[in-house]
Design a protein around this ligand. Structure first.
Ligand code: NOJ
Length: 736
């Protein structure tokens, strides 16, 4: 008995020395967190709130090993690769409490196998495809020891001058929510412990995409109604899909920087939405509270961010350096620190890091760039392309054509197959458009490639060679657009024309009067009025990832039929911005003959290409719109049936879109709002009935008191294949 007692004392002592929380599997996660917290010093707690940046190659810096060994490094960004993450993890597990490190990285649209940019992926309007691509990205990322991606970026963006428009789902809250949920599901799955899943992060909370003038990092001033009714909608959808983390934004929202904004973080995110995941700042955004002019020094910056609810500080070190003093002086309560640490530890438990802190170093070799991943990237790229114009069936190009000219530096530039947020993709893995075309046509067709000008296209000295090539060819493919470095973060443009002399190059070729098509490769809507008016065919291919080249060839030569639809309005000029389809009505709607109505004197109100627009090599006809009822109660549902027929001679996919307009409400409602969609593949000549249903509760809005309400009244409905026209009917929500 005595021996047993001594053994028990000895065992408890061991447990104290090596607190293997995970061994006590009978405890709930919250109990495990409590136990750990009870053993942590304040300095160790602050260590869990510190995130530091690895070096360019993916290794941790020497200082980070030292911090990890004493338990003062909770997470990293950019440290990646199975060996590098395991090395640093080993150091963390030498620390007193052996709390594993959380490894984060920007896996935005692929890790090693690069998918199209998120704006392009959204143009597919295909949530299943987006989910699958995020799932592939997660498998690759976890295999190199990563646990956490700083994606999806769910910022609504209605200003194409903003470079980061490429990183999100475009202008619409409904489509943005569908894409947000798809990415959360793909990245996270249902069990974060799986070795092919990673935690996702909804960013940038909030309204970062509404930066004034489209200038990155700029201020945002917005009504609470627009914030809640538009900009927060995809964030809420991500939360409801179970996302594990949120990132604050660089901007200030109505004067209060997001990183120090208790209204966003405490009232909405934690209070109203009951989010129990973790919140990370953006890169040095805690320290930047000083430049924002709300904190006098780093101590105050730390105080504001902690009290507002920013759990982890990315890269700046104000928490670690001031946290102890802030707690001592009572400016930050220990309860607040504990709450933040709790959120970090909860994420680590959810990811299974205490049980399995290391990654199997063989996994990355068998996971990265699997052939099926490459194929998925190619399929995704095909689905992301939007056919903007195709006069007289210029496209697809016949495979029997004898001579082809390919023009444009972007057609064969490996480095530019990668773009902003290219993860760990390697240019040498990518196939360029020229290579894709060569693979496609084989030896049958002669191909002459001429750049015409270098990437920046600042000289026309080689235009002649390109024009000669086009003159001698039966068909010319001109690839133009934006290089990777003028799209993405800190890449705002005040002019969104084709950069350099690219338009002049197209005009010179156009003047020869031979058939050609323009392939656009860009990260944002461009002002391409001349092309829209004069060029016979325009294919928008975005920045399309590792397999973009073969995908472009698939579409150009008719092995695939384009089906993408614009997730963002293309303006005619920068002066029209902001221009988006879900605009508010005005008291003086446009009447061309009436001066005193809302319009410009020098340009139409309409965009160059509207939201939801995209052509196909076949044609579709919608008919026979039926509503299940003309009147639905507030708790009811309404079904819309419509017939769709493929009236052309090729199989093809159409995206049927359903828009509503709430005619009279207590506050003005947008002239149109997307509320449903259905992607349908139809064989040539076939007809099918499709159904879209809506819940009345989803037809509400935030009223003058910023309360979500569903008001009775009449709604117009439009079912079409873009946001400008379609079949129309109306219905009412009834009741009080
Ligand atoms: C700054 C960006 O705004 C954010 O989106 C990104 O996740 C971090 N840098 C980390 O790279």
């Amino acid at each position: 008995m005595k021996r047993a007692f001594t053994l028990l004392i000895f065992l408890s002592f061991l447990l104290f020395l090596v607190p293997s929380i995970h061994a006590q599997s009978n405890l709930s996660t919250e109990a495990k967190i409590n136990k750990l917290l009870a053993q942590m010093t304040l300095v160790e707690k602050l260590g869990q709130l510190q995130q530091l940046d690895g070096d360019y190659q993916g290794n941790a810096r020497p200082e980070q090993f030292d911090l990890a060994r004493i338990g003062l490094l909770g997470s990293t960004l950019n440290v990646r690769g199975a060996k590098y993450t395991n090395d640093l993890q080993r150091a963390a597990l030498e620390s007193r409490l052996k709390i594993p490190i959380l490894f984060g990285f920007d896996v935005i649209h692929g890790y090693r196998t690069l998918f199209p940019i998120p704006l392009g992926m959204t143009a597919s309007w295909d949530a299943a495809m987006v989910e699958n691509s995020s799932s592939i990205a997660a498998a690759e990322a976890r295999s190199v020891g990563l646990h956490w991606t700083f994606a999806p970026m769910v910022d609504i963006a209605r200003d194409p001058r903003w470079g980061r428009i490429m990183e999100g789902a475009g202008e619409d809250a409904f489509l943005g929510s569908i894409m947000a949920v798809a990415q959360v599901r793909g990245f996270q799955g249902t069990d974060l412990k799986r070795q092919d899943k990673i935690m996702a992060c909804a960013k940038h909370f909030a309204a970062y995409g509404a930066a004034e003038g489209g200038r990155d990092y700029n201020t945002v001033d917005m009504s609470e109604r627009t914030l809640r009714g538009v900009y927060l909608v995809p964030f809420k959808a991500a939360k409801e899909a179970g996302i594990g983390s949120f990132m604050t934004a660089f901007d200030d929202l109505n004067g209060l920087p997001s990183t120090a904004n208790p209204f966003l973080l405490r009232q909405i995110l934690r209070g109203e939405w009951k989010f129990d995941g973790l919140v990370v700042s953006d890169y040095t955004s805690v320290k930047e509270l000083i430049a924002h002019g709300v904190a006098a020094d780093e101590k105050e910056a730390a105080m504001l961010a902690l009290n507002a609810g920013t759990d982890i500080e990315m890269v700046s070190r104000t928490y670690g350096q001031n946290g102890v003093e802030l707690v001592k002086s009572g400016k930050v309560l220990i309860k607040t620190i504990d709450g933040a640490v709790r959120n970090v530890l909860r994420a680590k438990f959810r990811l299974g890091l205490f049980e399995k802190p290391f990654v199997d170093e063989n996994l990355e070799k068998t996971t990265l760039k699997k052939p099926e991943f490459m194929q998925a990237a190619r399929d995704a790229a095909v689905k992301s392309f939007v056919l903007l114009k195709n006069e007289h069936e210029t496209l697809p190009i016949s495979k029997n054509v004898k001579n082809i000219a390919v023009i444009g530096a972007l057609a064969d530039d490996k480095a530019n197959t990668l773009d902003w947020w290219a993860g760990d993709a390697k240019a040498e893995d990518s196939v360029t458009i020229l290579e894709g075309i060569k693979q496609k046509v084989g030896g049958r067709t002669k191909i002459r490639y001429e750049k015409g000008c270098e990437l920046l296209c600042d000289s026309d000295k080689d235009f002649d060679k390109a024009v000669d090539a086009a003159r001698d060819a039966d068909f010319t493919i001109i690839v133009v657009g934006e290089t990777r470095d003028i799209s993405g973060e800190a890449a705002s443009r005040s002019n969104i024309d084709l950069p350099g002399k690219q338009l002049d190059l197209i005009k010179a070729i156009h003047a020869k009067g031979k058939p050609y098509a323009v392939v656009l490769k860009n990260g944002r809507p461009l002002t391409i009025n001349w092309l829209a008016e004069n060029s016979p065919a325009i294919l928008e291919t975005w920045h399309s990832g590792t397999m973009g080249g073969p995908a472009v060839a698939d579409v150009l030569f008719g092995d695939a039929n384009p089906s993408g639809k614009l997730p963002i309005t293309f303006p005619r000029s920068v002066g029209q911005i902001p221009i988006y389809y879900a605009a508010m009505p005005t008291g003086r709607p446009l009447e061309t003959e009436n001066r005193y109505t809302s319009k410009y004197l020098d340009t139409p109100n309409t965009p160059l290409y509207p939201f939801g627009f995209g052509l196909s090599y076949t044609t579709f006809k919608l008919s026979n719109l039926r509503l299940s009822s003309q009147n639905i109660p507030k708790t009811g549902k309404i079904r819309f049936n419509v017939d769709i027929e493929n009236t052309g001679s090729r199989d093809g996919t159409e995206v049927v879109q359903l828009y509503i307009h709430d005619l009279v409400a207590s506050v003005s409602r947008p002239v149109k709002e997307l509320k449903g969609l259905h992607r349908v593949l139809l064989k040539a000549g076939k007809k099918q009935t499709i159904e879209i249903s809506l819940d009345a509760k989803d037809l509400g809005f935030y009223n003058a008191a910023n309360q979500y309400v569903v008001e009775p009244g009449k709604f117009d409905v439009m079912v079409g294949t873009n946001s400008t026209d379609g079949l129309r009917d109306s219905f009412s929500i009834i009741g009080n």
